[in-house]
Design a protein around this ligand. Structure first.
Ligand SMILES: [Zn+2]
Ligand SMILES: [Zn+2]
Length: 373
């Protein structure tokens, strides 16, 4: 399933050194650390994601596999990090450990994992341009694997228990010798779980999971931009043997607007204005994200001038305030004139000959200078 590239997660180049990878990870881990972001699921997910990426990239072999085969490759062989608990216990030195046992429901200390965390799912959400000016909720329907209720996700027939794997005697790992070396690798029989199912649950056939259609309500943070991906923690596929769900990644698409354009949190609007309105000043009606409002154009407004309506843009994604609405004035020159209008304009033009406007005067002066040598 679509998973972010590990290098991208850590924000490092493909050829970065082990040291650079370590530094990048430490920085992210501190930033998204659950202790610093209590109750923030997004931060928790980022934290896990970074830990997973680091778990692979800090290990030369796994990194090579990953470079060659991608996410599939990083799951190969040797006692890998099969779930987050493992990652936390392996890197607890950075944080002093302890907190994570509570956070993820304990389960550490058994020496082997309960099963892999579920895979991520992906969906696309299409929103209207102005809709994201406020928090919106969208309901999407998706089909995903969920834990089987009959066997509680274990895959074993109710009343029976998985039995100890005969190949690895429950250790989850086996030693294989390769030349002079012996290597630890995940037990092929039980995939590192240490146990196998002898009596399969009749409902799920021993997989512990059942496909279901679900409606999920997704809260969209205001100000989200086209092309961004929203991560909804824990709404992906169920994990193996009751392990946590993966995430749901929602790609956000925003429909273009016939009048507005967007640049970050700012909204941009081109406002056609009549020549006389711009010269004399006027109050005109302009659309905003929230509705219509009156907008004052001062006397002598020029074509191309950009005026700002503060705080009329989108909420900023960092949570601090809103962007502005920028209005570019486009003065429209009439293409057809009535007899009366033409007469008035000709009279106006005559006065213009005697009363030259400042920009035009400065232009004419420059032209004069250009040819006076
Ligand atoms: Zn079952
Ligand atoms: Zn085994």
């Amino acid at each position: 399933m679509a998973k972010r590239d590990y290098y991208e997660v850590l924000g490092v180049a493909k050829n970065s050194s082990a040291d650079e990878i370590k530094k990048a990870y430490h920085k992210l881990a501190l930033k998204h650390h659950p202790d610093r972001n209590p109750g923030d699921r997004e931060a928790e997910e980022r934290f896990k994601e970074a830990a997973e990426a680091y778990g692979v990239l800090q290990d030369a072999d796994k990194r090579r596999n990953y470079d060659q085969f991608g996410h599939e490759g990083s799951n190969f062989g040797s006692a890998g990090f099969s779930n987050v608990e493992d990652i936390f216990s392996a890197f607890s030195d950075i944080f002093g450990g302890s907190v994570f046992g509570d956070m993820f429901g304990g389960g550490r200390g058994s020496g082997r994992s309960r099963g892999r965390r579920g895979a991520s799912l992906r969906c696309t959400i299409t929103l209207d341009f102005a809709e994201v000016a406020e928090t919106v909720e969208k309901v999407i329907t998706l089909r995903r694997n969920e834990g089987c209720e009959t066997c509680d996700g274990t895959g074993a027939k109710p009343g029976t228990k998985p039995s100890k794997c005969p190949q690895c005697s429950g250790a989850g790992v086996v030693m294989t010798s390769a030349g002079f070396f012996s290597m630890r690798s995940a037990c092929p029989r039980c995939q590192g779980r240490g146990e196998i199912i002898t009596d399969a649950c009749g409902k799920c056939g021993g997989s512990g999971r059942i496909a279901r259609e679900r409606e999920i309500t997704i809260k969209i943070p205001p100000g989200i931009e086209d092309g961004m991906t929203l991560r909804v923690g824990g709404e992906g596929e169920a994990g193996e043997n009751g392990a946590p769900h993966g995430d749901l990644l929602c790609d956000v698409q925003i429909r273009p607007h016939p009048l507005f354009k967007r640049a970050g949190a700012d909204v941009y609007l081109v406002l056609p204005v009549g020549f006389a309105q711009a010269a004399l000043g006027a109050t005109v009606e302009v659309p905003t994200l929230k509705g219509r409002t009156e907008f004052k154009i001062s006397r002598g407004t020029q074509s191309g001038q950009v005026l700002r309506m503060r705080g009329e843009g989108f909420p900023k994604l960092d949570g601090y305030g809103r962007g502005d609405q920028l209005i570019e004035i486009a003065i429209e020159v009439p293409q057809k004139l009535t007899k009366d209008q033409e007469k008035l304009l000709r009279e106006f033009a005559e006065t213009e000959e005697q009363n030259i406007s400042p920009e035009r005067k400065s232009f004419l002066d420059k032209v004069k200078k250009m040819f006076s040598k």
